[in-house]
Design a protein. Sequence first.
Length: 344
Amino acid sequence: MIPTIEPVTPPDPAVASHARERIDALAKPTGSLGRLEELAVWLSSCQGSCPADPDLRPRAVVLAGDHGVADQGVSAYPREVTPAMVRAFVAGTAAATVLAEQHDIPLQIYDLAVDDELSGLPEEVGRHKVRRSSRPLNVEDALTSDEAATAYAAGVAIAEEQLAAGAGLLIVGDLGIGNTTPAAALIAASLGVSAAEVTGRGTGIADEALHHKTMIIDQALQRIGDRAADPWQRLVALGSADLVAAVAIMITAARAGVPILLDGLIAVAEAVTAEDLAPGLLAWCAAGHRSTEPGQRLALEKHDMRPLVDAEMRLGEGSGALVAVPLLRSAALLMSRMSLLADL
Ligand SMILES: Cc1cc2ncn([C@H]3O[C@H](COP(=O)(O)O)[C@@H](O)[C@H]3O)c2cc1C
Ligand SMILES: O=C(O)c1cccnc1
């Protein structure tokens, strides 16, 4: 069953122009707050109010899953790292959990498709599990259509929980050895570009493995042929339960009027696929950071999205979005607290 996915109404342009006027009227030279100005305008239009509310109520979810393709020499690390990292998340010692704690952002890790029982962890972690791993995308479809539909429903459920908990801004992070391969493949299919243009070193593979990874992505794209034109077919063929669920989370949040701060390659792959499925989605997204991954860079450029932070990070987990949250908060605070030039 293919879920019915409607387009997303973009944020209110009338609020955006009101916000632009206010920013220009603040006690500062026009344009002097640079990128923070467009950020404040975006946030204001997403919130539907001017000035923007600095109480962002950000929340983060990280979706973990393994990938069949990870056995084919595409990563610098073995797949056993994925379950070990899920445990680090639960312990609060993963990079993303450290950053989330620093910024006081609730973060929940979910196992969507880790190839491990992950026994002994809180029940919440495994509540949305779809299957163990996905199939190797260069050889066969990563998911069945039913598995993809189950993963989509899991993402909708996760988003609804976050919305019910009061999310005002959502970060979707990834975790899973091998996942830069499906993410790059999804970006190539969405943008209609070659494997060579999107394939990066992920966790840090050397030249030979990079060449091999490019070939695997090319094989996957050749294998699916014309199906690449259909974003749902792309998810079934090239995705994974965690990637599909993340797409659903983004679409559900945007439809409910909750903006999304994007992370690196994986989050951007999810967002561009979500845009293809539900046009209007990307207008609810801001690019948190620029990853060193070429596919992320290219996708952001093609969609005219400028990342807030460029700290040469290449981790995933939502880390690049988490470090950008203070900038977003600053943008909203400035807009709401600064005096107007005319009132001085
Ligand atoms: C210890 C460790 C922690 C991570 N946290 C995120 N990733 C990131 O790197 C992986 C993707 O890169 P590739 O496609 O090259 O495998 C994913 O787990 C992603 O979340 C990690 C990777 C490792 C090794
Ligand atoms: O950009 C990312 O999200 C990324 C890069 C390398 C490894 N994992 C994630």
